[in-house]
Design a protein. Structure first.
Length: 110
């Protein structure tokens, strides 16, 4: 079975396409915890300054997982696209953060 390709954008519409129906809000989230090894290296890096690459990579991966989960939910609605895609983060507990992706699932006119 061929998997449907999902359009997702942070704009309120899809350029060149008209929205036929709003299906509802869809979300995808990831709760990410710190890694002791990364924390030790980050502590050293904070002394000299600069980017903490391991954390950048961790957050990039978490955002991609959140988007993937959002797309899975949109596919359950049989959506063609997700518009107004946004991200938010929150601290769940000490050492754990959530990344939440959310947007509006829509059907597009053919």
């Amino acid at each position: 079975m061929m998997r449907k390709k999902m359009i997702y954008t942070n704009t309120p519409d899809v350029p060149g396409r008209e929205i036929a129906e709003i299906l509802g809000v869809v979300t995808g989230n990831v709760v990410q915890s710190k890694h002791v090894g990364r924390d030790i290296m980050a502590g050293f890096k904070s002394l000299i300054g600069g980017e903490i690459i391991s954390y950048t990579e961790m957050l990039t991966e978490a955002r991609q997982k959140a988007i993937s989960r959002l797309v899975e939910e949109a596919l359950k609605f049989d959506a063609d696209a997700v518009v107004n895609l946004r991200f938010t983060t929150s601290s769940i507990m000490s050492g754990c953060s959530e990344i939440l992706a959310y947007g509006t699932a829509v059907k597009l006119k053919p």
